[in-house]
Design a protein around this ligand. Structure first.
Ligand code: C5P
Length: 320
């Protein structure tokens, strides 16, 4: 069986990756730059899909900075964070949501119309819609952006229309012990000054920063439910986004996160850059994230193979 067929069944291990990707994983494990020490246990018994969903619902509570904890409280930052928590932006919930991965495999998918038909559409980082409407649609409700988007001038964060008139959720890798002081003084990329500037200029735009405790809680759930040691780095924006949408929507449809038969080494649909790590992971524990998501997929195998589509219940739709 091919690697892809095994991935569709959720049956892959790092040993099936290319030597280059295996080496990258081992080196991240060895370096352990963020000081991860996993004290939990690997689940001895493989959880059923329902048990896994309930575990996620119980533990994956979306949390954003609210300015009430130091150092932000001492800095007087409470006024910069949005008044309304992300979880209350849609008090009656969203019915059907789309999560659009940036994978090259979405090219020539003709998924655009289907994606735009959802009530809300989540995209990532600098992924454009213009000129790609047929394959990715053109509606954007929310974007998850990493700290490099705010800090690297090539993204033109302040001026680009990609980041206007939508909900923004930014994140940055923090040390595992998520001490907000340490993180504030030594973020991976210093997102705090551009965040403060953007909030002053656009106080009405819902713009959140994820609490590092949330991302590390997601990491722990992935580690507990994997057979191998996963990379000691935060989950990808894609995984974070899926979990945010599961907490806000009744149903979540994820496109080309788990690759369809169109799988390609083309990293992003909007860039001529080839690297299998984008799909299978080097820095992020992508392979393990994807196996976990495929275990809770409620869509058909045909939708997965043809559209790269996974269908998940929102947390409000499951009874535990
Ligand atoms: O690369 P970037 O993080 O901006 O892409 C957004 C998300 O799309 C990733 O975090 C990952 O979850 C997903 N992705 C993928 N395969 C790719 C590229 C992106 O699964 N080839």
């Amino acid at each position: 069986k091919s690697f892809l067929q095994k991935l569709w069944k959720g049956n892959v291990s790092s040993k099936m990756l290319t030597p280059h990707l295996q080496k990258a994983r081992r080196e991240y494990l060895r370096a352990n730059k963020l000081g991860v020490s996993f004290t939990g246990r690997h689940n001895a018994k493989k959880l059923s899909p329902q048990e896994l969903l309930c575990e996620l619902k119980k533990r994956a509570h979306v949390r954003t900075l609210d300015g009430k904890e130091p150092p932000f409280s001492n800095l007087g930052w409470e006024k910069y964070f949005p008044q309304t928590p992300l979880s209350l932006l849609y008090p009656r919930g969203l019915s059907s949501c789309a999560v659009v991965s940036s994978a090259g495999a979405i090219l020539n998918s003709s998924l655009g119309a289907e994606i735009d038909a959802h009530d809300a559409v989540l995209r990532f980082n600098s992924a454009p819609t213009r000129n790609y409407e047929r394959d990715v649609g053109n509606k954007t409700t929310m974007r998850i952006i990493n700290s490099q988007i705010l800090t690297n001038p090539i993204h033109h964060f302040t001026d680009s229309s990609l980041y206007k008139d939508i909900i923004l959720v930014a994140w940055d890798p923090s040390p595992y012990y998520a001490d907000l002081h340490m993180w504030y003084h030594k973020p991976d990329y210093n997102l705090f000054p551009p965040y403060e500037r953007h909030r002053k200029m656009n106080p009405k735009q819902p713009f959140y920063i994820l609490h590092p405790k949330f991302t590390w809680e997601l990491w722990k759930i992935i580690q507990e439910n994997s057979n191998e040691k996963i990379q000691p780095n935060p989950p990808s924006s894609g995984f974070i986004g899926i979990l945010i949408m599961m907490s806000m929507c009744q149903k979540v449809h994820v496109y080309e996160y788990i690759p369809s038969y169109r799988q390609t080494d083309l990293c992003h649909y909007h860039e001529q850059y080839y690297d299998a790590a984008c799909t299978l992971g080097a820095y992020h524990p992508l392979l393990y994230e994807k196996m976990l998501i495929q275990r809770i997929n409620q869509g058909t195998e045909d939708s997965l193979l043809r559209m790269g589509k996974v269908t998940l219940p929102g947390f409000s739709s499951i009874q535990c």
